[in-house]
Design a protein around this ligand. Structure first.
Ligand code: TXA
Ligand code: MG
Length: 339
């Protein structure tokens, strides 16, 4: 690793020298992921941009590299079904689907296990976890070498289509990620089918590589509640499940702390902070990557203190700040009942 590469590590969307790895270097790709780097790799559906799902800092870098304006929950990829079953709670339906379709182009959303090491940021603070065991031999080799769950959204810049070749990945992400493992064109070309299994129901969140008919055949019954809207368009998965929001009301862009309020600070503390019952600082130095990595855990700790409200210091709407503000704005919005 050269000195300038070290210097760029942790620099969020700052410049990274992007290595192009050959299939023989899959273990190197896994080792880079295990050390907190961002590495794109092929799966049978599309190329994924991987980061260590247990390392909130690496996940923050991943959101920055994709330029995502919001922290969507990410799929955790693991090498085997037993590995997946340690991270989430599988009901009978989830077990049947895992047995039939893993490894393969299916993602299961299940309640998160109690001791699950996947970071809050990778899960966007949800109580459920999306899990996938890909079939592509290079993906499997990378995941085995990384030996930890790997968060991997499609390896495109936000708002662009999912990449099916290493060249597509480089078009979007060269200079923003540490490496791409070149395994040629992917076969399926559309993303994995996402199915949620909890509360005794099985719901299709995103159509993909495994068809509805195949799912229903294996389950021996129709799927529950369709996720298409009235016009037949599938709902964005992120909209289906209510996002993590603290019980206390959230007051954004606060310039002072009112009596009874807890403070979610960013950068130097504002005057009057002595009166705040509880203070969490997302980043005393004003670093947005650090703030993103701390966001969900800090909100939880503040909420546990049951304040009258959570005052949030101004956070700039640039870089990862846009996604941090998006999450806080949702937390501040009037509550709607979960769909
Ligand atoms: O084929 C694929 O699934 C590819 C490859 C790389 O594995 N990955 C992929 O990831 O398409 P991404 O991030 O582009 O799409 C994942 C979708 C997002 O729409 C996200 O909202 C949804 O999965 N998702 C993740 N966790 C969820 C959860 N707990 N509940 C509901 N939706 C979830
Ligand atoms: Mg995508």
């Amino acid at each position: 690793m050269t000195a300038d590469k070290e210097a760029s590590a942790g620099a969020g969307a700052g410049f990274r020298r992007t290595a192009r790895l050959t299939p023989a270097e899959a273990a190197t790709a896994g080792a880079l992921l295990a050390s907190g780097r961002l590495v794109a790799f092929p799966t049978e559906t599309v190329y994924g941009l991987g980061a260590d799902a247990t390392d909130a800092g690496a996940v923050a870098d991943l959101y920055a590299a994709k330029g995502r304006p919001a922290f969507n929950p990410l799929i955790s990829h693991v090498p085997s079904t037993p590995d997946a079953m340690r991270l989430g709670r599988f009901d009978a339906h989830a077990r049947v689907l895992a047995e039939a379709f893993w490894p393969g182009p299916l993602t299961l959303v299940v309640p998160v296990a109690d001791d699950c090491p996947v970071s809050d940021l990778a899960r966007a603070g949800l109580a459920t976890l999306a899990l996938r065991v890909p079939a592509h031999p290079l993906a499997r080799a990378v995941l085995a070498a990384a030996a930890r769950p790997i968060a991997a959204p499609s390896a495109n810049r936000s708002g662009r289509v999912s990449p099916t070749t290493a060249a597509h990945v480089l078009d979007d992400l060269a200079g923003r990620i540490d490496a791409v493992l070149d395994g040629g064109a992917t076969d399926v070309g559309v993303e994995s089918t996402i199915v949620a299994c909890f509360g005794g129901e099985v719901r299709l969140l995103r159509p993909g590589g495994v068809s509805r008919a195949e799912l229903e055949r294996v389950l021996g019954r129709p799927l529950d509640g369709d996720l298409a809207d009235d016009a037949g368009r599938p709902l964005a998965p992120g909209r289906l499940l209510s996002h993590y929001a603290p019980a206390a009301p959230v007051r954004l862009d606060a310039t002072e702390v009112r009596p009874g309020e807890a403070l979610l600070a960013f950068g130097p503390l504002m005057p009057g902070v002595e009166s705040a019952g509880v203070v969490e600082n997302l980043s005393p130095s004003g670093d947005l990557r650090e703030a993103a990595a701390n966001l969900f855990a800090a909100l939880r700790r503040l909420d546990a203190a049951a304040p009258a409200a959570i005052a949030v210091a101004p956070i700039p709407a640039e870089g990862l700040g846009e996604a941090i503000r998006d999450r806080l704005e949702r937390a501040a919005a009037p509550r709607t009942s979960p769909e």
